[in-house]
Design a protein around this ligand. Sequence first.
Ligand code: C2E
Ligand code: CA
Ligand code: CA
Length: 565
Amino acid sequence: MPENRVDRPQQTLYGSESDNGLEATVSLWDLDFKLLDSSKRFKEHIGLTPRSEVSLWEAYSALATPALAELVRHVIDTGDPRTIQLADPKRGQRNLLVSRIRVGLLIVETQGADEALSPEDNEKARLIHQATHDVLTGLPNRRQFSAALEQLLPVTGKIGPALMQLDLDDFKPVNDTLGHGAGDMVLKLTAERITKALGRGGTAYRLAGDEFAIIQVGPQRAVEAERLAEALLAEFKKPFTINGISLFVGVSVGIAIAPRDGNEGEQLMKAADVALYAAKKEGRRRARTFDPAMLIVVEQRELLRRSLRVALQLDEFFIEYQPLVEPPSNVVGFEALLRWRHPTLGIIPPAAFIPMAEADGLMREIGQWMLEEACREALAWPEHYTLAVNLSPAEFLTPGLTDRISQTLDVVGFPAERLELEITEGVLLERTINNLDTLNTLNVLGIQISLDDFGTEYSSLSYLKNFPFDTIKIDRYFIRDLLQDSKSQTIVRSVISLAHGLGMRVTAEGVETQQQAAWLQQEGCDRLQGYSISPPLGADKLDDFIRQGARTPSATSFDKFHASP
Ligand code: C2E
Ligand code: CA
Ligand code: CA
């Protein structure tokens, strides 16, 4: 009776070999001819211990002869696979199918056969390649990534390989708005750019969606890894041209180095992930190297993230309203500002949770709640007051936005003419044609559009020419030092005249003193917003403000509202 084998086939990057019937001896080499991975049979043949480093020339010493080494070079340079026959006194005739794949060389060895590799062997090699590579980009896949990490770690020395996690910054909007075909193009081009930046300095993998990873083989110091990351970032400064449209898709990079940041695959990945998150949080399109201090922030963030998911159901959001005045003090409307009252952490400012909500795909729902609730509350105001609502980029880019807004206005019974939507320039960068459509549709509905935070982002004047804005809101950055800095004065003056020349209104944000207000009034600024008029107001204070403001419309009558809420 045959012995019943119970040991499971070893999981390697080639899968459980007996599972898929692949019994070939397979080895994978990087371009420095170091062994990256191999099948179990290969290891048995050359008597490898799991961690020992082996070069191609050690494993196949015959290949080191000038003629055969030349042939190997030829495969690398041209990508043409070659079959090499070796006559081995101990092991008989062997055939090596040597082919170039993205990470290096793939060698499939068959034994004993008289001539070249059979079509079946070629098919085996093809299947192996398929199982270990991502079809779209041709990069090795996650499975191969895990196997490579397992192979390389743990290290015994002080420095080991560097791991980089990469994540595209603006991939989702591309996929959502230009379609999957365009998304696929971006991913393919991304793989090419990564490979280009890498040169021979490491191996790139596609882990999932728009997530990639790089393993920098050989001992790495942080500076070397960071230098590579800089080269990567530089590759992504150029636009991608997809179907004739230019788009900028950035990349964020998290770096972790073994054994310092982790000497096991999973640990090192977690560290790189944390670093990636830090890079995203610091404004994306940058690289960060793991630092244990980053962990604290992540844990707090995980806590917040979990409670954010249920905040809407638990009714934890509320809205404050900040008045907008025509100088000196004629109230024209209010900007709705979202607030989150966390059960234990207290009030959390929108800048802290909106980016998180966007990243987790929650912003559409929260934004919808916000719009509906603000419109309902504004119905109770005197009819000549307008309501301004902010739209985050993720909301603006969701399909069906205009329908959703007009439906909401219908359901609530709030007139479109009283609604103003505030968007930032960042939104307009991404897909020009549809943006223009969206803005035009909103315009036709009678809704006003304000360009928020003007002067802080890209501030391309072409936006002003091409998009139908009603109002430009000058960012508070220019207002803050208005009276001390003549450059800010020049900028604000120019923006006012530019806007007026284009038939647009100007609102100054962050007006904190009466002097700033007076200067802005004198320069012809149409509207003011800021603590000197009033901070954002909760429901009760808003009622008082409206009653008070309606009776005595003078700047000083608002003084009592200056105290912080
Ligand atoms: P923003 O649209 O520029 O809103 C104005 C911010 O400036 C508000 O901060 C407001 O409280 C603050 N502010 C008002 N007057 C002054 C002043 O005189 N001096 C200073 N230093 N600050 C002043 P807040 O409420 O923390 O909002 C921050 C940002 O969060 C907003 O910037 C907006 O981009 C976003 N946001 C707020 N609510 C929403 C919302 O419902 N949806 C979306 N998508 N974004 C929102
Ligand atoms: Ca705003
Ligand atoms: Ca603003």
